[in-house]
Write a protein that binds this ligand. Structure first.
Ligand code: LCS
Length: 401
C-alpha cells in the first residue's frame, strides 16, 4: 500500500491531535487501548532476564512502565520539545521527584516565592526537614541575573519557577533564568501548568526540565489527577533510577488514557480559555468596584512584555481584588451561581476561589505578603462557557458587594 509522507514538519496543533506512534493491535483501533495490567508475561526465563538487564525491550511491571502511560509520556515529550518524559500520579509527585532526584541533604536550590501553595510547603517545610534548603527569591527581586546569582553557591542544584505563577499571575523571564542556570551548569525547572505547552514551551527558552500538574489544562475536564516531567533523556533516566522506581509515584494507565483523550482538544480549549480570559479581564478592569486585575494579557500588567515574548497567548487564569477587600470578596464568591466555588483550574467550568484561605493557606500571612499574594485576592479559572454569561454572573455578584 502506497502512503505519502508529510512534506513539512507537523505543526503543534497537529501533534496535539495525532498519536505519536503506531498502536500494534490486530483490531486497528483509532484510539490506543488502555493496558490495565500490573505485570507482563515473559516468553521465557532468558527473555525475562534480558528485559531486566536491558538487552531486550519490553515491559516488566506497571510501576516501572506501561504501554498506555508510555504513549502519554511520548506525547508530552513531543509537545514540550523534550527527549523523554515521566508521567506521575499527581503534579505534586512530579515536583517531589524532580527535587529529590536533583538535590540531596546539604544541597540547596533557588526558587521564586510565588508558587502553588502545596509546592511552597513541600519546599519550605518538607524539603527543609530533609536538609534541602529552598532559597526563595521574591518576585519583585527575581528580575535581574545578579539578584538570582546572589543566592547561588556550589551546593545549588537547580533553579525553580512557575510562570505564570499561581495565584498572582506573576510573569518570570524564562530566558533570563535559563541563562543564569546555564552559566552555573545547573538546570532550570519550569512549572508550565498555567500555560500548557500550547501557550509556552520552556525548553525552547532555556529551561532544562518542565513539570506539570496535568490535572489542569492537559486533562481539561476536572476528572483526573496527574503530573508530568519532561526533559532530556539523561535527566529523565536519572529521575527514574534515583526516585520514580523506588518511591513509586506511577500514573494509573486509566488516567494516562484519559489524559491522552483530553490532550487532543488542548489547542481548541486553550484558544477559548485565552479569548474569554482576556475579555473577562478587560471587563473586570473597567468595573468601578474592582481595584486591581492581574492578567498578563493586560498592557498594564508588569509582565506583559515578557509574556508577549514567551507565550503564544495569555491563558485563562486571572486574579482580581475588589474594593472592600476580603469581606467584599467573600460576598462575591458566595453570590456567584455559574462560577463554581472550588479550587483547581483549567477545567471546562469557570472556577472561583480565595487563595489566602484556600490554595495558599500553607503560607503564613508574612510569607504571602512577600510573595505578593493579597489577602483579598480572588482567583478565577475562566472556563469554556460563553464569556458573556460569566460576565453577567460576576456583574450580579459585584452589585451585591
Ligand atoms: N503546580 C501548580 C502550578 C499547581 O497549580 C498545582 C495544583 C500543582 C503544581 C500540584 O498539582 P496536583 O498534585 O494538584 O496535580 N494547583 C491547585 C490549585 O491551584 N488549586 O487546587 C490545586
Amino acid at each position: 500500500m502506497k502512503q505519502t509522507k508529510p512534506t513539512r514538519p507537523l505543526s503543534l496543533e497537529t501533534q496535539i491531535v495525532h498519536g505519536v506512534h503506531t498502536v500494534h493491535t490486530t483490531s486497528l483501533d483509532l484510539v490506543a487501548p488502555i493496558h490495565m495490567t500490573s505485570t507482563y508475561r515473559f516468553q521465557s526465563a532468558d527473555h525475562g532476564a534480558g528485559i531486566f538487564d536491558g538487552t531486550e525491550e519490553g515491559f516488566v511491571y506497571t510501576r516501572i512502565g506501561n504501554p498506555t502511560v508510555a504513549l502519554l509520556q511520548e506525547k508530552m515529550a513531543v509537545l514540550e520539545g523534550g527527549e523523554a518524559a515521566i508521567a506521575t500520579a499527581s503534579g505534586m509527585s512530579a515536583i517531589a521527584a524532580v527535587g529529590l532526584s536533583l538535590a540531596k541533604p546539604g544541597d540547596n536550590f533557588v526558587s521564586c516565592t510565588t508558587l502553588y501553595g502545596g509546592t511552597f510547603s513541600l519546599f519550605n517545610r518538607h524539603f527543609k526537614d530533609l536538609s534541602i534548603e529552598s532559597r526563595f527569591i521574591a518576585p519583585s527581586t527575581g528580575r535581574t541575573a545578579e539578584q538570582i546569582e546572589a543566592l547561588i553557591d556550589d551546593r545549588t542544584r537547580f533553579l525553580y519557577m512557575e510562570t505564570p505563577a499561581n495565584p498572582t499571575l506573576d510573569i518570570l523571564d524564562i530566558r533570563l533564568w535559563g541563562s543564569v542556570a546555564q552559566k552555573h551548569g545547573i538546570p532550570l525547572v519550569v512549572d508550565n501548568t498555567f500555560a500548557s505547552p500550547y501557550l509556552q514551551r520552556p525548553l525552547e527558552l532555556g529551561a532544562e526540565i518542565v513539570v506539570h500538574s496535568a490535572t489542569k489544562y492537559l486533562g481539561g475536564h476536572g476528572d483526573i489527577i496527574g503530573g508530568v516531567i519532561v526533559s532530556n533523556a539523561a535527566i529523565i533516566d536519572r529521575i527514574r533510577q534515583e526516585y520514580a522506581h523506588h518511591y513509586g509515584p506511577a500514573m494509573s494507565p486509566f488516567n494516562a488514557w484519559l489524559f491522552l483523550r483530553g490532550i487532543k482538544t488542548l489547542a481548541l480549549r486553550m484558544e477559548r480559555h485565552c479569548d474569554s480570559g482576556l475579555r473577562i479581564a478587560q471587563w473586570l478592569d473597567a468595573h468601578p468596584k474592582v481595584d486591581a486585575v492581574h492578567y498578563p494579557g493586560l498592557p498594564s500588567h508588569p509582565g506583559h512584555g515578557v509574556a508577549r515574548d514567551q507565550m503564544r497567548k495569555f491563558g485563562g487564569m486571572l486574579a482580581f481584588e475588589v474594593k472592600g477587600g476580603l469581606a467584599a470578596g467573600k460576598t462575591i464568591m458566595n453570590a456567584v451561581s455559574l462560577c463554581i466555588l472550588a479550587v483547581s483550574l483549567g477545567d471546562c467550568e469557570t472556577l472561583i476561589q480565595h487563595p489566602a484561605s484556600m490554595t495558599h493557606a500553607t503560607y503564613t500571612p508574612a510569607e504571602r505578603k512577600e510573595a505578593g499574594i493579597g489577602e483579598g485576592l480572588i482567583r478565577l479559572s475562566v472556563g469554556l462557557e460563553d464569556p458573556d454569561d460569566i460576565i453577567a454572573d460576576l456583574e450580579g455578584a459585584l452589585d451585591l458587594a
